[in-house]
Design a binder for this molecule. Structure first.
Ligand code: HEC
Ligand code: HEC
Length: 179
């Protein structure tokens, strides 16, 4: 009897340990509002100089390919890079794009893009538009700290860590977002 009970206690402790380790793992890697942040030094330097270095996992590989093919006319700017730099950036973007390495929120972005669409903007994807539709235009358009919704880091304080949790949003000059 005694040993039988000890055996059961052993199993319970074992399951508690496994469960604990599992939830720690989930908390570390798969946080709900999160995507893998841009970490590549070359990418941060080249594609993070004019604006926030958008995480590659927010768009599919075909979108990044299109962007890389049109850098000399990039949203009204010339963002051309040297050939070797371009090759390295293409490799990084392709390997980390939503359809290659996307998890968490990246899957939602991807699922909202039709297979025959090649959006160059994150801000025009259906998932993005849906998530931001309740924010009055006046809060960002004429906001000196924003000007456009492309400035993720202006409202998502931990965007550089890949965190876009809606509970962490703070709109400059407006404050916390409660919905
Ligand atoms: C010379 C400045 C400059 C550089 C360098 C640059 N960009 Fe941009 N990028 C812009 C501008 C300007 C916009 C439009 C921003 C806006 O509409 O507010 C933009 C927008 C974007 C967007 C769309 C954001 C949205 O609205 O969803 C993506 C994606 C993007 N850039 C990727 C890149 C990548 C990848 C690189 C590196 C190869 C890069 N950019 C380098 C100026 C630059
Ligand atoms: C003007 C401030 C603002 C800017 C700029 C902005 N966001 Fe947001 N974002 C919000 C708010 C507010 C919400 C929560 C909306 C709601 O009530 O559901 C949100 C929600 C999100 C969500 C869903 C989070 C969740 O927990 O479900 C994602 C993902 C996201 N934003 C990504 C981005 C990205 C990527 C950019 C830049 C391309 C960006 N946002 C730019 C304000 C902003």
């Amino acid at each position: 009897m005694m040993s039988h009970e000890r055996y059961r206690l052993g199993i319970v402790l074992f399951l508690l340990c496994v469960g604990g380790a599992f939830s720690l793992g989930v908390a570390a890697s798969g946080r709900e509002g999160a995507v893998a942040p841009a970490r590549d030094p070359l990418y941060l330097a080249e594609c993070g100089s004019c604006h926030f270095a958008y995480p590659p996992a927010l768009l599919p590989a075909r979108s990044w390919e299109r962007t890389m093919n049109g850098l000399e006319r990039h949203f009204g700017e010339n963002a051309e890079v040297a050939d070797a730099t371009g090759t390295a950036l293409r490799g990084y973007l392709a390997a980390n794009a939503a359809d290659r390495a996307g998890e968490g929120k990246a899957r939602k972005f991807l699922a909202s893009i039709a297979t025959d669409e090649i959006p160059e903007r994150i801000t025009t994807t259906r998932y993005f538009v849906h998530k931001h539709r309740e924010i009055p235009r006046s809060m960002w358009e004429k906001n000196p700290k924003l000007g456009s919704l492309s400035r993720c880091e202006g409202c998502h304080a931990r965007a550089d860590q890949g965190s876009f949790d809606e509970h962490e949003v703070r709109i400059p000059g407006v404050g916390r977002w409660e919905d």
